[in-house]
Ligand binder design. Structure first.
Ligand code: E4P
Length: 224
């Protein structure tokens, strides 16, 4: 399962890359707006830092022709390997089909239903991004939706992968990880929760205390 950061702050991204085995960065217009800088300045900094890691950038227009034009600009500024995030509505489907046919990598986003995912995959998207937590908040089951989409793609032999997005807790991530979903994109806060465990902290304190009783305060295997 690929592990992608859902964030556009370069300090957060550097810090997450330092400690976690990351595969790339996703963002959306709301995430970019938080940086209060020109979007391309922010994205070029991210692109330089992650080198050939995956970068997913969303279009903002609402009609398919302008979505396609935005994709060409994004690709020109950030490289042809950039994944273009296209919202999965009727206009978006037209843009996905056109861009995929022209060789773009497309991430179909704002996925709330299995049917959107099916249509996006058939139109040529490389990824579909179901919004796990937002689906949960509609009274449905985001994890189940993502699993059903994953199964549907396998049943049809589609190459499209699920890039599960919008997580609020580590349980949602772990369940999809166990299921073998293709990729998840996670905010730095939720990423930290994947490894936070008070039992681990307590176990390590005991190991250190016992060793110090044997060899003295501050001693390690380096200088005992
Ligand atoms: C990804 O494609 C989405 O932009 C993002 O993960 C949404 O996350 P949120 O529901 O936490 O805003």
């Amino acid at each position: 399962m690929k592990l992608i950061i859902d964030n556009a702050n370069i300090d957060n991204i550097r810090s997450m890359y330092e400690f976690f085995p990351m595969d790339g960065v996703t963002c959306n217009p709301t995430i970019l707006a938080k940086e209060k800088r020109n979007p391309y300045d922010v994205l070029k900094e991210i692109r330089d830092f992650i080198e050939d890691g995956e970068l997913h950038v969303q279009v903002v227009s609402e009609d398919s022709d302008t979505m396609v034009e935005e994709a060409y600009r994004i690709s020109k500024e950030l490289g042809k390997d950039t994944y273009i995030k296209i919202p999965t509505n009727k206009e978006g489907l037209r843009a996905i089909r056109s861009l995929a046919a022209s060789g773009f990598h497309v991430t179909a986003t704002a996925i709330y239903t299995q049917m959107q995912a099916f249509l996006a995959a058939k139109a040529g998207a490389s990824y579909v991004a179901p919004y796990i937590n937002r689906i949960d908040n509609l009274g449905s089951d985001g994890v189940r939706t993502a699993r059903e989409i994953h199964d549907m793609f396998r049943n049809y032999g589609f190459q499209t992968e699920v890039l599960a997005a919008s997580f609020k807790n580590s349980r949602q991530v772990i369940t999809l990880c166990e299921y073998g979903i293709g990729a998840t994109t996670i905010s730095p806060d939720v990423l930290e929760l994947l490894i936070k465990n008070d039992s681990v902290v307590a176990a390590l304190h005991t190991f250190r205390d016992d060793f110090e009783k044997l060899c003295g305060k501050g001693k390690t295997m380096l200088d005992c």
